[in-house]
Design a protein around this ligand. Structure first.
Ligand code: C2E
Ligand code: MG
Ligand code: MG
Length: 562
């Protein structure tokens, strides 16, 4: 989710109070600020500015008619004629009965007579005007999902919010339910079966919860959201539901996972409450069988931490808190290992959190797109570093950079990389790209296409983490690559004659067949090094030679070979 969007979603509905008299503004503000975020203007001109600024988030305008500069009528006229602004409801504040007709003609939604009395009445009218306006917008969408009869997502969220408004003190739970490996179930049994399954889940939700206060929707393909009065019996309720499902589907084992955010925080945006339940649900991904999990303190802390990292990326980039380390790769074919290239690996030197390793933020930034910014930064740094080494030592130490899955789909990728190398006076063949194996299996056509173009430009491409994904032999032969980087998990456990060792040997044979060198990553010990050398591995990267180090320290590795 974009940062601005997140900020906007987090706030309560916003109401603009326009009145030239400070005492009136204060009084109205006092009454409605319990339920709404209130902003103020003293005249029509000021109001129009604020309306334009808050166009997307403003739920209601409360407008005095008699004001200096631009009066209420004039503002009403402008709003009424505007293609976008006319959807924001306006309540007119007036002491004159006669003003009502004219205001109505100009599109006002309601009136509140001056002087103000009965705060409850005022609040009720505000609620109602907003609700009516929102209903109006929604009439164009469909209310229920055709297949299951449950609400669609948009309506579901609206009804949840409405429920909260009527029963703000009822404790509620947010549930997210997902069918395990639904795509596989669908694939194996056909779409009809999949549809029957989804319908059955919806029926069970309806029947089982019949006597409770609840709302439910099918949110995406196989994801259901349920908003329900707080209860304590999930550990009996959920297994019962599953039993019922098993009865219907017999031999075909169906499992679901459920995430529960109990006793939701009512001040929080409704969608974010379900984000929390989703977090709890996702924690169960990969767990065998039916399972459920609660949103708890651990998840909360993680969420806060991640939120913080996300919010601080831009500043960290500006302040150069990200630093690039380099880890050497040595060619071990000859008598003496020779420095072949280096891998650029990012670190975050956070002023308060200390050194953060990429494992803590790369997956997070991959999930929200921020990774592209970060990767670009690293790519530039790496190119500049190759150039510095070239100038200082008269030799090229090619550097490989990691290219994320998301970068591969970026139509600008090729021109961007070409720009980076040429602006540093380098040739593409001095620059290496690492692309993880699983990116290839995601969408092989597109990636093969991209990689072919990059290689035609002269870049060399290494397949990272090879053996962690599911490349078929077939696919491998079609792949345009310049090196295979063995996944670290093979190396960790290799010993003469064991399974991992045989896998490594096999991969080295495949590589020989493809005529590409093999790079072994994560080599830590002399023994691992020997074993790999004996079976014909070409290049080695790992703590055995060096950890990833800052450029000044890497200088020494280059100097050692001079
Ligand atoms: P990777 O690309 O497979 O990088 C190799 C990782 O193995 C690095 O972890 C490196 O420090 C670690 N390593 C190297 N030798 C050894 C060893 O002998 N033993 C052990 N236990 N580990 C070793 P690091 O730096 O923590 O990076 C982790 C992952 O984060 C990388 O895996 C890569 O996928 C990602 N990453 C790092 N920097 C970037 C970046 O700039 N962009 C992108 N997209 N991903 C990055
Ligand atoms: Mg890598
Ligand atoms: Mg790797």
């Amino acid at each position: 989710m974009q940062e601005t969007e997140r900020r906007e979603k987090n706030i309560r509905r916003k109401v603009l109070v326009v009145d030239d008299e400070a005492v009136n503004r204060r009084l109205l503000g006092f009454i409605i600020s319990r339920d709404y975020e209130v902003i103020y203007a003293e005249n029509g001109t000021q109001a129009l500015e604020l309306i334009r600024e808050n166009e997307r988030t403003l739920s209601l305008i409360m407008l005095d008619l008699l004001m200096p500069e631009m009066d209420g009528y004039e503002l009403l006229e402008i709003l009424h004629a505007d293609g976008h602004l006319h959807r924001i409801p306006v309540i007119v504040l007036t002491s004159e009965k006669s003003a009502e007709v004219k205001s109505l003609q100009l599109g006002a939604a309601d009136f509140i007579p001056k002087p103000y009395d009965m705060p409850e009445v005022i609040l009720a009218r505000v609620h109602r005007s907003i609700e009516l306006a929102e209903d109006n917008i929604m009439i164009h969408e469909t209310e229920t999902d055709e297949l299951t009869g449950l609400y669609t997502k948009g309506f579901f969220f609206q009804y949840c919010s409405r429920h909260d408004r009527y029963f703000p003190d009822n404790p509620m739970d947010a549930l997210v339910l997902n069918i395990n490996r639904f795509h596989l179930v669908n694939h194996l049994n056909g779409r009809d079966f999949g549809d029957r399954l989804l319908t059955a889940v919806a029926d069970i939700i309806r029947k089982r919860l019949e006597n409770s206060d609840f709302l439910a929707c099918r949110c995406e393909a196989d994801t259901f959201y349920i908003y329900i009065a707080h209860r304590e019996d999930y550990d009996t309720l959920l297994p019962e539901c599953i039993d019922q499902l098993s009865e219907e589907f017999g031999a075909q084992k169906i499992n679901v996972r459920v995430g529960i955010y109990p006793n939701v925080d009512m001040s929080m945006d409704i969608e974010e409450r379900f984000d929390r339940a989703s977090l709890a649900c996702n924690r169960q991904r990969g767990v065998y069988g039916t399972s459920f999990s609660f949103y708890d303190e651990e998840l909360r802390q993680r969420e806060l931490y991640e939120e913080r990292l996300i919010n601080e990326v831009d500043r960290a980039l500006d302040e150069r808190q990200f630093i690039v380390y380099y880890q050497p790769k040595y060619n071990i074919k000859g008598d003496k290992p020779a420095l072949a290239s280096a891998e650029a690996l990012i670190r975050w030197k956070h002023p308060e959190l200390g050194m953060i390793s990429p494992g803590a933020f790369i997956p997070l930034f991959e999930s929200n797109g921020l990774i592209q910014k970060l990767d670009r930064y690293v790519w530039r740094e790496a190119a500049a570093q190759i150039k510095r080494w070239k100038d200082a030592y008269g030799r090229t130490v090619p550097v490989s950079v990691n290219v994320s899955r998301m970068d591969v789909y970026d139509p600008e990728l090729e021109s961007l990389l070409l720009g980076i190398v040429s602006s540093n006076g380098l040739a593409p063949n001095e620059y290496l790209l690492e692309i993880t194996e699983s990116a290839y299996t995601d969408n092989s056509d597109q990636i093969i296409n991209t990689v072919e173009k990059l290689r035609a430009d002269g870049f060399r491409v290494e397949m990272d983490d090879f053996g962690s994904g599911y490349s078929s032999l077939n696919m491998l032969t079609a792949l345009p690559i310049d090196a295979l980087k063995l996944d670290m998990k093979f190396i960790r456990n290799i010993a003469r004659g064991n399974k991992e060792m045989r896998m490594v040997e096999l991969i080295i044979e495949i590589a020989a067949f493809l005529k590409v060198p093999v790079i072994a990553e994560g080599v830590e010990t002399e023994e691992q090094y020997r074993l790999l050398k004996d079976v014909g591995c070409d290049i080695i990267q790992g703590f055995y030679f060096s950890r990833p180090v800052p450029p000044e320290e890497f200088n020494k590795l280059i100097e050692a070979e001079l």
